[in-house]
Design a protein around this ligand. Structure first.
Ligand code: PBG
Length: 340
């Protein structure tokens, strides 16, 4: 049966999509290099870089290559660098996290000396890279993560990182009271200006898989007694209220794409700037699909980063930060320009 044309009326949103100039005029969200933070890994005692096989293009740096890559990212205009350390030896309390010459603190000091205030130097504040059991805190006699004993270690770690010159500390261990405990330690030692980027809603996620390779993690089991249950959205708002009340300067939602709903809710409720972390597994998925020719890598990268901005992230932590910032410097190719 042939029908006559629908008589209407028809409202026509397509008018605003008719050409590139119109689309550019009405575009709500944009991406700039300064919106992106680059997570980086530095390995103690390394003589050469080691690629992270599950994250093609990402590597564990030597101190010198860290400085070179961080300098390049800074020149390209990234908003900041989030540094993770891979120590040579680990123990039950993660001593390397608080030693002045521990890899993370030594690398923070080197970066600050080389880069000054040209970019924001951030430090992951967590024990999992430094403990032999791989947990984010210290354990009690029964082998459980001891919240309050861990806070003591976080306070010590915060002082070491602030003294090394980090501008911003990123407590990522999901211990209760961690922001208040760290803020108090910093203020008591004259580090009132060191800011806190709280990992506020951090889920016990399978998407961290490749990261465990990146930091040579020894974790057996999982982090479900301290990281959030992926089934829960509401408790992210409780964590947000606590972190803000305890003194967080920025808050973060992590992982990214699978938790855009949480990001949008946190962004709507937060009085402080919000970040999102596109984690290792998200990166690995894009790389794997692109390597198979199944998706257009560069467009997928920009689309995913833009999605975080649309959902309410002021800043996005992404392993693509330096590369994408380089695209902007060199001028985006035509098919990517819509993301400018
Ligand atoms: C904890 C930490 C993790 C990540 C960032 N900080 C691992 C974890 O919580 O298990 C994951 C980042 C990523 O997957 O890219 N120090």
């Amino acid at each position: 049966m042939t029908l006559p044309p629908f008589p209407g009326p028809i409202d026509r949103p397509r008018r605003l999509r008719a050409g590139g100039a119109l689309r550019s005029l009405v575009r709500e969200h944009t991406l700039r290099p300064a919106d992106l933070v680059l997570p980086m890994f530095v390995r103690e005692g390394a003589q050469e870089n080691r690629p992270v096989s599950s994250m093609p293009g990402v590597e564990q740096h030597t101190m010198d290559s860290l400085v070179r890559a961080a300098t390049e990212a800074t020149e390209r205009g990234v908003g900041g660098i989030m540094l993770f350390g891979v120590p040579e030896t680990k123990n039950a309390i993660g001593s390397g996290a608080t030693a002045d010459d521990g890899i993370l603190n030594a690398a923070l000091a080197r970066l600050r000396a080389e880069l000054g205030d040209a970019t924001v130097i951030m430090a992951d504040l967590c024990l999992d890279e430094f403990t032999d059991h791989g947990h984010c805190g210290v354990l009690d006699a029964a082998g459980r993560v001891d919240n309050d004993a861990t806070l003591v270690r976080y306070r010590e770690m915060a002082l070491a990182q602030a003294e090394a010159g980090a501008h911003l500390l990123g407590p990522s261990g999901m211990m209760d009271g961690q922001i208040a405990a760290i803020r108090d330690a910093l203020d008591g030692a004259g580090h009132e200006e060191t800011a806190l980027f709280a990992y506020t809603a951090k889920y016990a996620s399978a998407f961290y898989g490749p990261f465990r390779e990146a930091v040579d993690s020894t974790l057996q089991g999982d982090r479900r007694t301290y990281q959030q249950d992926p089934a829960n959205g509401r408790e992210a708002l409780r964590e947000l209220a606590l972190d803000v009340a305890e003194g967080a300067d920025l808050v973060m939602v992590k992982p990214g794409l699978p938790y855009l709903d949480v990001l949008a809710e946190v962004a709507a409720a937060s009085p402080v700037p919000v970040g999102a972390y596109q984690v290792s597994g998200e990166y690995a998925m894009i790389e794997a699909a692109a390597a198979n020719g199944w998706i257009d890598r560069d467009r997928t990268v920009l689309e995913s980063l833009l999605a975080f901005r649309r959902a309410g992230a002021r800043t996005v932590l992404t392993y693509y930060a330096s590369e994408v910032a380089g695209w902007y410097r060199d001028g985006l190719p035509a098919h990517l320009r819509e993301f400018l």
